[in-house]
Design a protein around this ligand. Structure first.
Ligand code: HEM
Length: 491
């Protein structure tokens, strides 16, 4: 008996035809009738999300937005529903002025392993505030003072371990070991033992590929209903890793809670201030995972960047070494957070690193839920607006010699030509109620580390590094590369 599948062919043809007609109508609407139709930008990016999602997949979003802003100016329509701004008043217009604050869009947001949002993935302002109020106690000036001994202990261990190594190390890896151990201590009361073992803990080894996959999978958010399929299917793809990481975090937090310790780490403050109706245990798990990521990779990337840029510009390295060695030569034990904070040139080197190589290079946009004005133009509700930091920090619209590493531009006695720099554009830690809560900790950790490294070692770039270290793809974070450096002990 032969089966007649004619009806199936007919259904498929009709379905395919309907999809084509709907897509065509959407394209026509996006280009000619959409509220953003008059904004500048490439027609293809206005018509469909494909050019945008392609840059997410190939990690070239930074290069693309740079080219678009060079061509179209300070505002560009980079997606049918998204505008990109690089004018400094955009910080105020998007992140400070709207009250209540604009929510984070669910499109493009990474999910936490448990699906319970962390402080940073919660879209709405009210719930974000509820969590941030509790977490903020762990980042007060007093808490940072109490936590300094942890920074001191682990930066000292980094120096000892570097003395044990051969002549050449991948500093990217070692800065990561340091920042993970510090943040492990602050979150769980116990380090990840990376510095001791010179290895990444499996939790860490799993998280980076996980972020990359999750970021690439966000492209399906742009093609509903495929987003639902991915949400359903993702756990099957990386189920084991998700479960392992989730269990690890949960167990470590359990242990820290049971220990009832008075160590001044993050958990002490979270537990002390978690009033009834505050954070649920699952929210604590998700937010601790966020703290580990936000508090480690960012500082490690910036330390690697500062090392690379200073070594690539010998007069900068010379001036930086002089400042540190002159200040601490007589008594290296006096390298305290309060004292390293007073070194203007080191501050300028790190700022310039964050300008050339910010840790959040691409826009993390906001959802416009009411008409607003950004950089003097009216933006309708229902779209997304963002500031791509790397593009905004490295454009001649905002900075003189934007691609050149010049820490001197940040000094009080800078060359008058740098008066043309729009310094209000430079906000590498974000502004507003969702800015970086760990900024003082980050500064303290980075300055302490750089000071100790340059007091103890002379450094030189290895011939093993190929090309420009800072030319990296971006999958939300920089797709980091090793940085091989020859280290020569001097103390
Ligand atoms: C060079 C170092 C760092 C830079 C440049 C940096 C930058 C940023 C930026 C741009 C954001 C906003 C993310 C978004 O778009 O939502 C952010 C958020 C955050 N950062 Fe940092 N960060 C650094 C270090 C740290 C450290 C050491 C910690 C400590 C744990 C930390 C904890 C956080 C947290 C918890 C958030 C989320 C805040 C919220 O959602 O309210 N960061 N950071």
């Amino acid at each position: 008996m032969s089966l007649d599948f004619g009806w199936l062919r007919w259904i498929l043809t009709v379905a395919f035809g309907a999809i084509c007609v709907k897509s065509l109508l959407t394209v026509v609407y996006n280009v000619y009738f959409h509220p953003l139709r008059n904004f500048p930008g490439p027609k293809l990016a206005a018509a469909t999300p494909f050019p945008f999602v392609w840059r997410i997949v190939n990690g070239r979003m930074v290069k693309w937005t740079q080219e678009l802003h060079d061509k179209y100016g300070i505002v560009v329509r980079i997606h049918p529903d998204e505008l990109s701004f690089i004018g400094s008043s955009a910080w105020k217009d998007i992140f400070l002025a709207p009250r209540p604050q604009l929510p984070k869009p669910t499109i493009g947001a990474l999910e936490t392993p448990s699906r319970v949002p962390s402080m940073t993935t919660i879209p709405d302002a009210e719930n974000h505030h509820r969590q941030r109020k509790i977490i903020s106690h762990a980042f007060s000036p007093r808490a940072l003072q109490e936590q300094e001994y942890i920074l001191q202990k682990w930066t000292d261990l980094l120096i000892t371990r570097l003395h044990d190594q051969g002549k050449e190390v991948d500093v990217c890896e070692w800065y990561n070991y340091l920042t993970f151990d510090v943040i492990g201590n602050l979150c769980f009361g116990e380090s990840f033992h990376c510095l001791e073992t010179a290895e990444n803990h499996p939790w860490i080894a799993a998280i980076f590929p996980g972020i990359k996959i999750a970021q690439i999978l966000t492209i399906f958010h742009h093609f509903p209903p495929l987003d639902k399929l991915v949400r359903w299917g993702l756990p099957f793809v990386i189920a084991e890793k998700i479960k392992e990481n989730h269990t690890f975090t949960s167990q470590k937090i359990d242990q820290r809670i049971t220990a009832k310790s008075e160590r001044p780490d993050f958990m002490k403050y979270i537990l002390e201030n978690n009033y009834p109706g505050g954070m649920t245990r699952e929210e604590i798990n998700s937010t601790v995972t966020l703290l580990i990521l936000a508090g480690s990779e960012t500082s490690a990337q910036t330390l690697t960047g500062a090392t690379y840029f200073a070594l690539s510009n010998p007069p900068v390295m010379e001036r930086l070494k002089q400042e540190i060695r002159r200040t601490f030569a007589k008594d290296p034990s006096k390298i305290m957070v309060s004292r390293v904070s007073e070194l203007p040139y080191m501050h300028a080197v790190i700022q310039e690193t964050l300008r050339i190589h910010p840790t959040e290079p691409i826009a993390v946009p906001r959802q416009v839920d009411r008409p607003i004005e950004v950089c003097g133009v009216s933006v309708p509700a229902g779209v997304r607006v963002g500031i791509p930091m790397q593009t905004a920090f490295r454009t001649s619209f905002n900075f003189v010699e934007p691609d050149t590493f010049i820490p001197e531009r940040w000094l009080d006695d800078a060359d008058p030509k740098f008066a043309r720099d729009d310094k209000a554009m430079f906000e590498p830690f974000l502004v507003g109620p969702r800015n970086c809560i760990g900024m003082p900790l980050a500064w303290a950790e980075m300055k302490l580390t750089l000071a100790k490294i340059l007091l103890n070692f002379d450094l030189e770039l290895s011939e093993k590094n190929a090309g420009d270290w800072s030319a990296q793809k971006v999958f939300l974070l920089h797709d980091k590369k090793p940085l091989y450096v020859k280290i020569m002990p001097r103390l």
